[in-house]
Design a protein around this ligand. Structure first.
Ligand code: KG4
Ligand code: ZN
Length: 336
C-alpha cells in the first residue's frame, strides 16, 4: 500500500515536520527555540507559544520542499508523548485539525520509540534484536528492541538524565544552555584524565546521575577556593574529564547489558548520541568486544520529525491509527 505521511514533532523545544514517502524520509524541517537560552533551560510555557508561532511555517516548508500537496497525504502523524504537556498539545491539536480537514487517518507516535527507530532512516539499518542506548535531555534508557514495536526498557536512570547532567554541569561552569554541545566542543581540546570523579553504583542496569552533579558542584567549589580562575584556566581539561566520566558511566551499563543479553548489535540515539566522545568511545568498545554499532546522522540524534515519520511508517503498514479524541500523554513510556 503506498503512503505519503506528514509527521509533526513538538514534545520539547524543537518544532519539526517531515514527509515520508513509502518509507523514504524526504526531508526534516526543524525550528529550534532560541528563547530558552537566556533562562538556562526550557521554559514550558514559552515552548508552547513558540510551537504555536512556528508550526504553520514548519509544516508548509516540509510540504513545499518535498513537492507534496496536502491532497496527496495518506496520514498525519504526531508525537503523543513523552514530553511537555503544553508543547505536545500544539502538535496534537494541529495534527488532529489537519487530519479532520483532509479526511485522512491520524497516527500517534511514542517519542522514545521514535528515537530508536531513527536507525531505520538511513543505511546501515540494524537487524533485530538490538540494544539501543537512548540518551537525551529527559531520558537515559537501555532498550531491548526485539522487533517493531516490541521494545522493552531493561535499564534506565533513577533520577537525572545524562543530557541533564551535561547541561547542569555546563551551567555550573557558567556556560549557556544547552551546555552538552559546548562541553563536547571544549572536551576535544582537553585531557580526559586531568581530573577524576566517582561513579554511583546502581544494581542491575540502571543509572544515576544526581550524585555526579553534586560531586561536580563541590569539586568546582573546592578548586575555586585554591584558584578563583580555576574554571577559566582549566575549562578544556574539566570538560574532557567530566565528559569522559559520563561516557564511562553510560558505556559500562551498555557493556553489562550486552553481556547479559548476549546481543552485540548496539545502537545509540537521542541528543547525547551527537556527542563526539561517546561516538569514539563506543567505536573503541565495539572493536574490543566485536560489537556491530549503529550511530545516527547528527540531524536524527536531537529531536526531529524524521524519526516520528519513520515510526509512523511502521504503524501505517499495520493500519495502526488513532481516533480524533486522542490527547497528549506527557508520561508515555516504553514498556518495562
Ligand atoms: O533528544 P534531545 O534533542 O531532546 C530531548 O528529548 O531531551 O536531547 C537534548 C539533550 C540536551 O541535554 C543536550 O545538551 C544534549 O542532548 N546534547 C549533547 C550534545 N548535543 C546535544 N550532549 C553532549 N554532547 C553533545 N554533542
Ligand atoms: Zn528526544
Amino acid at each position: 500500500m503506498s503512503s505519503t505521511i506528514l509527521a509533526i514533532e513538538s514534545s520539547c523545544d524543537e518544532t519539526s515536520a517531515a514527509i515520508i514517502d513509502n518509507g523514504k524520509v524526504l526531508n526534516n524541517v526543524v525550528a529550534s527555540q532560541a528563547i530558552h537560552q537566556k533562562y538556562g533551560g526550557v521554559v514550558p510555557e514559552l515552548a508552547s507559544r513558540a510551537h504555536q508561532q512556528n508550526i504553520v511555517s514548519v509544516v508548509s516548508e516540509a510540504l513545499s520542499t518535498a513537492g507534496v500537496q496536502q491532497s496527496q497525504l495518506s496520514a498525519i502523524a504526531f508525537t503523543r508523548g513523552p514530553g511537555l504537556q503544553g508543547a505536545l498539545l500544539v502538535g496534537v491539536s494541529f495534527a488532529k485539525g489537519m487530519a479532520l480537514a483532509l479526511g485522512i487517518p491520524l497516527i500517534e507516535v511514542n517519542h522514545m520509540q521514535a528515537h530508536v527507530l531513527a536507525h531505520f532512516i538511513d543505511e546501515p539499518k540494524p537487524t533485530f534484536p538490538f540494544l539501543c542506548l537512548t540518551v537525551s535531555g529527559g531520558h537515559t534508557q537501555i532498550v531491548l528492541v526485539k522487533d517493531y514495536p516490541d521494545m522493552t526498557v531493561i535499564g534506565e536512570t533513577q533520577d537525572d538524565a545524562a543530557g541533564e547532567a551535561f547541561d547542569k554541569a555546563a551551567k555550573l561552569m557558567g556556560l549557556p544552555y544547552p551546555g552538552g554541545p559546548l562541553i563536547d566542543k571544549y572536551a576535544q581540546l582537553g585531557n580526559p584524565f586531568a581530573f577524576s570523579f566517582s561513579d554511583t553504583v546502581m544494581p542491575n542496569l540502571d543509572f544515576s546521575f544526581s550524585g555526579i552533579k553534586t560531586a561536580f558542584l563541590y569539586f568546582l567549589r573546592d578548586q575555586k577556593l585554591k584558584d578563583p580562575l580555576f574554571i577559566e584556566n582549566n575549562l578544556n581539561d574539566i570538560c574532557a574529564s567530566l565528559q569522559h566520566h559520563l561516557i564511562g558511566m553510560l558505556l559500562k551499563r551498555v557493556e553489562k547489558a550486552s553481556k547479559e543479553t548476549g546481543i552485540k548489535q548496539i545502537a545509540i540515539a537521542g541528543g547525547v548520541s551527537a556527542n563526539s566522545g561517546l561516538r569514539s568511545q563506543l567505536a573503541k568498545t565495539a572493536d574490543r568486544l566485536k560489537w556491530q554499532i549503529y550511530i545516527p546522522d547528527f540531524q536524527y540524534c536531537t529531536d526531529n520529525a524524521a524519526m516520528i515519520a519513520m515510526a509512523a511508517h511502521f504503524k501505517f503498514l499495520r493500519n495502526d491509527f488513532c481516533d480524533l479524541s486522542v490527547s497528549p500523554l506527557p508520561n508515555l513510556a516504553i514498556q518495562h
